[in-house]
Write a protein that binds this ligand. Structure first.
Ligand SMILES: [Zn+2]
Length: 379
């Protein structure tokens, strides 16, 4: 499959998907080479942007998928995912124990991965980590949110490191930041509808607008798709800044998903799953995890100005100081190893106590790449 450019950038640094554009030349330029773009809306090929000039190589790369958003195998092979499912018993008394491990050890030991299991030294059982519980859909929405936020922070850090090392085009950071902003800024909602025939349908989704306005639109969609009128509709739950959880709800509640017309985000819940979903939304809403400084950089849209800022600092104007060093340090200065370690003394303490990288990420809430760098600096 050939890859087509699907995102264009305007003068303000905002990104737009080709689907939101009219056919032909508009205001948008290529995020990588700034060449003006022409939206092509053909019948045969998927809609895409064509360069109004030579096509740059960077734009031929596929926009990377986001694990736990675009897919839930989290980059593990089918064999690993199948083994996990086989060793998972949702209704057992201890659903977190990987079953058959002891009996099948010989056959599956090559599938055992640090990130997926932790050994219970008392019982010699293998327990699922949060990562494997996401693949299985057994992790709660609240715990998923925490995991996902850390994974998103890591993705930004890795891109930043790559740009600093000169191996990544900066536009990849912009694209990632744009996508993360649209997830983290959005509210996650749970709507309920009652149809003519008394059936109850739920919908989960995300929006950056007023949920009430969104509810009205979905009522019209639902009436059109079902040929029934919606006699009652209400907002059951809204959780701000949690759009990143949306796709995981569909993954975790996949058995309750209903295909209505060409809509896939409606749910038909029995009493038990309805109660569970509402409780999960409540827990998510009641335990907000404030954005840290790196996340605020994304959510407030400040990432859009970083390119200009870097260009300016190259000219000798150190705008970083004007920002009170709010993100990063002025270019050309590095923290000494000692300063670096004392800045992350919580990570050092965890690692010195023999915690693994995963455990340290969990207990400090810091990104995996930071923990790895601290570990490398300590060695
Ligand atoms: Zn280009």
């Amino acid at each position: 499959m050939s890859v087509y450019l699907s995102l264009g950038k305007n003068k303000q640094g905002d990104f737009y998907h080709v689907d939101s554009q009219q056919s032909g030349r508009g205001e948008l330029t290529c995020p990588f080479c700034d060449c003006p773009l022409i939206a092509v809306k053909g019948q045969q090929k998927a809609s895409h942007f064509r360069h109004d000039g030579p096509t740059c190589n960077e734009s031929l790369n596929e926009i990377p998928q986001i694990p736990a958003w675009n897919h839930f195998h989290l980059n593990y092979s089918i064999a690993v995912v199948e083994a996990l499912k086989e060793g998972y018993q949702a209704d057992s008394k201890s659903p977190n124990i990987f079953q058959h491990w002891k009996s099948k050890q010989g056959q599956i030991s090559h599938l055992i991965h640090d990130e997926l299991f932790k050994q219970d030294t008392w019982t010699d059982n293998l327990l699922f980590t949060n990562t494997s519980r996401i693949i299985l859909g057994s992790l709660t929405l609240h715990d998923f949110s925490h995991w996902m936020r850390s994974a998103l922070r890591d993705r930004i850090q890795i891109l930043r490191d790559g740009i600093e090392e000169g191996i990544k085009h900066r536009a990849w950071l912009d694209i990632e930041a744009y996508r993360q902003q649209s997830l983290l800024k959005a509210s996650l909602y749970l709507f309920e509808y009652q149809l003519d025939d008394k059936s109850i349908i739920h919908k989960v989704g995300r929006t950056q607008r007023e949920p009430a306005q969104r509810l009205k639109e979905t009522v019209l969609d639902l009436e059109k798709a079902t040929n029934q009128s919606v006699v009652k509709s209400k907002i059951l739950r809204v959780v701000t800044n949690s759009g990143h959880v949306e796709k995981y709800v569909f993954h975790r509640y996949s058995k309750q998903l209903a295909n209505i017309g060409n809509h896939t985000e409606y749910l038909i819940l029995d009493e038990r799953s309805s109660k569970r979903l509402k409780t999960e939304f409540t827990k998510l809403a009641n335990n907000p995890e404030p954005f840290n400084i790196n996340e605020r950089f994304i959510v407030t849209g400040r990432w859009k100005y970083e390119e200009k800022r870097l260009a300016a600092s190259k000219r000798g104007i150190i705008l970083t100081q004007r920002e009170n060093g709010k993100f990063g340090r002025p270019k050309g200065t590095t923290l000494s190893s000692d300063d670096f370690l004392s800045k992350h003394s919580d990570i050092v303490a965890c690692l010195e106590h023999g915690s693994s990288i995963n455990q340290t990420v969990e207990s400090t809430g810091k990104g995996r790449s930071t923990v790895k760098r601290v570990k490398a600096t300590m060695e």
